[in-house]
Design a protein around this ligand. Structure first.
Ligand code: IPE
Ligand code: IPE
Ligand code: MG
Length: 245
């Protein structure tokens, strides 16, 4: 029986965050260059995005490029930026067909002009879609995001727009790149690595983590459903005890 039939359709996480990892190792295993793995990874992005939209996920956030990834060899960085442009162009139809709104979180200003242009265009062209929001985390890191939030909040406090006593969790959340979105209930990382790599540190405070041994290009919608099934069978206590739930 497929995990798609096993999952409870009434308990689909509203927001799923994924660390798409393992493209380079996947390529190496076939004796190919790393970029080959990134190209293949785009097919997985399409499959997982469509699967999430179909089962009723409201927000899907994909870690596509971290602040730290700028430190990779220039050749790989350039190839990734190019791939982003070509993938957006190629997959814009998928977004329209599934009524998916594209959004980007991260230091978008640091992306090359061509990438930025294609991204902004796709975001604008899909903004009316309502079935699901696909967030691409690009040049993103949680510490970058939190540092920016602290700066903005301090500026507002110093200019008298807010009082220090006004600073609460809601206000902090409202200064993050994910403002207005629910926190992810489920975080999936592929490739067997078990770390957050500077991803959504605030937002994942109470998320359930699923670590898949599969490399991202091998990850399928069935693996996604299995992760959701796993999530659905956990007891989320939020600090309470079982009997209180
Ligand atoms: C994830 O795959 C994609 C990006 C970080 C852009 P990697 O490129 O990290 O692949 P591995 O981890 O080296 O196998
Ligand atoms: C995290 O993967 C970033 C993305 C998936 C975009 P990395 O492969 O860059 O993370 P580390 O370096 O193994 O922690
Ligand atoms: Mg990696």
């Amino acid at each position: 029986m497929s995990f798609l039939e096993k999952i409870n359709k009434e308990k689909i996480p509203r927001h799923i965050a994924i660390i798409m990892d393992g493209n380079g190792r996947w390529a190496k295993k076939q004796g190919k260059v790393r970029v080959f793995g990134h190209n293949k990874g785009v097919e997985t992005v399409k499959e997982i995005t469509e699967a999430c939209a179909k089962i009723g996920v409201d927000y899907l956030t994909l870690y596509a490029f971290s602040t730290e990834n700028w430190k990779r060899p220039k050749r790989e960085v350039d190839a990734l930026m190019k791939l982003l442009v070509s993938s957006i162009k190629k997959e814009i139809k998928t977004l329209h067909d599934n009524s998916i709104r594209l959004f980007a979180i991260g230091d978008i200003a640091s992306l090359p002009p061509k990438t930025r242009k294609e991204l902004s265009k796709a975001i604008a062209d899909t903004q009316h879609h309502t079935r699901m929001q696909l967030n691409l985390a690009l040049s993103y890191s949680a510490r970058w995001e939190l540092t920016n939030a602290v700066r903005a909040i301090v500026e507002e406090a110093m200019s008298g727009k807010i009082k220090v006593e006004d600073i609460d969790e809601e206000l902090v959340s409202g200064h993050l790149t994910t403002r207005g979105m629910p926190d992810p209930e489920l975080m999936i990382r592929t490739s067997g690595e078990q770390r957050l790599s500077n991803y959504l540190l605030w937002q994942l405070a109470y998320a359930e983590f699923v670590f898949s041994p599969k490399l991202w290009p091998d990850f399928t919608s069935e693996d996604l459903y299995e992760a959701i099934y796993d999530y659905q069978n956990r007891e989320r206590r939020f600090g309470k005890i079982s009997e209180q739930l």
